[in-house]
Design a protein around this ligand. Structure first.
Ligand code: HMG
Ligand code: MG
Length: 320
């Protein structure tokens, strides 16, 4: 029997646009921060810097680099200053760092931060677990950070965690999320990110939360969505958000990341899985899917584990 050479298709997303979708969206890459903050492995600062450079080379133009939080709470990011010194990313890359309090802002400004993110919770229990505070206390701690950053000419992102459910308190009313969103906007944040920290949202729920937030007069172009993929709903929740007009999505390369202070929170939606759907919808992102997947495989090897992303896994199998 003669041997035949099989041509095996290496699939890539085929663009089939759907009406009502945006022409492009911003990918807000959280891998270096949300991804690495909860990994048991302490990643050397040179590896973090190389990860960020590879992300930029893959076309990522917005990156959350690190956090200026207490190293007692997040030892994985204790090298924030060193990372900022090590990195010299192009000016065109939007680079964001987290700061929970005045001390964090002072450190961030001294390290040359260009954009700061504050983070509060819609629920009391998570405010206690994540910030040793209350919802009110966290907003009060965020106030001088927002004011100081704005005074320094920096944009400020305001995160809200537990927007769709809380492992200790259960369901979270959309009005609780909108109340906190309104207060962050009143403090002066320039954008918001609504976090499904434990990945429990479903599409109708996304419409309900966004509907309540937007009804408070907050523009949809200043709202990003931050989905963790615990129950496998993140992509369908992105689709619902796109229908509602959202154009910025948080995701992490290779699906790195959890939240150390939220029981049950697994990784963020993988950026590659998000790209597959967006590029399939004909929505442009500026990110090269193959280059990003290679970066995630490279990073997974540094971490000594496998990427949980379906797309990274499939593309790696195709390369093999
Ligand atoms: P505390 O223990 O109540 O505060 O923590 P404290 O003032 O007693 O500080 C404790 C120690 O930390 C002190 O040191 C401070 O000096 C020091 P000691 O006197 O014991 O030697 N400290 C700091 N050091 C460096 N930088 C600082 C800083 N602040 C205090 N900025 C605190 C309160 C807010 C500090 C703490 O709770 C904290 O750092 N929390 C951060 C937790 C965190 O980073 N969580 C993950 C990010 S949020 C997230 O992942 C959710 C998100 O992805 C969205 C979603 O998914 O929902 C954004
Ligand atoms: Mg998160």
């Amino acid at each position: 029997m003669s041997e035949t050479v099989e041509t095996i298709w290496q699939p890539r997303p085929q663009p089939f646009p759907v009406s009502g979708m945006p022409a492009s969206v911003r990918i807000y890459e959280v891998g270096p921060r949300d991804g690495l903050q909860a990994e048991a492995t302490l990643v050397p600062v040179e590896v973090k810097a190389e990860f960020c450079r590879r992300l930029v080379d893959a076309g990522v133009s917005t990156i959350e680099l690190t956090s200026f939080v207490s190293p007692k709470w997040i030892p994985q990011l204790a090298d924030a200053e060193q990372l900022m010194t090590e990195l010299a990313l192009p000016e065109t890359v939007r680079q964001v760092v987290l700061a929970p309090n005045q001390r964090g802002l002072d450190r961030a400004l001294a390290a040359g931060a260009r954009e700061v993110a504050v983070f509060v919770s819609a629920t009391e229990t998570f405010a206690a677990k994540n910030l040793n505070s209350t919802v009110r206390g966290a907003l009060d701690a965020a106030a001088p950070v927002v004011q100081g950053a704005v005074a320094a000419g920096l944009p400020v992102r305001g995160y809200i965690s537990m927007c769709f459910g809380d492992p200790w308190e259960g369901p979270v009313a959309p009005s609780m999320v909108a109340d906190v969103a309104e207060q962050l906007v009143a403090l002066g944040v320039t954008s918001l990110s609504l976090g499904d920290t434990i990945g429990v949202a479903t599409p109708g729920h996304v419409h309900a939360v966004l509907g309540e937030v937007l009804a408070r007069g907050i523009g949809v172009d200043s709202v990003a969505m931050h989905f963790h993929d615990t129950y496998g709903q993140a992509l369908t929740n992105v689709y619902a958000s796109l229908q509602a007009g959202v154009i910025e999505f948080d995701s992490s390369a290779g699906g790195l990341g959890r939240c150390p202070y939220a029981k049950g929170a697994t990784g963020n939606l993988a950026t590659e899985d998000l790209l597959w759907m967006l590029h399939g919808l004909g929505v442009s992102t500026g990110v090269d899917l193959d280059a990003l997947a290679r970066t995630s495989s490279w990073m997974a090897a540094r971490m000594g584990n496998e990427s949980p992303s379906a797309v990274v896994t499939a593309l790696a199998a195709g390369r093999a």
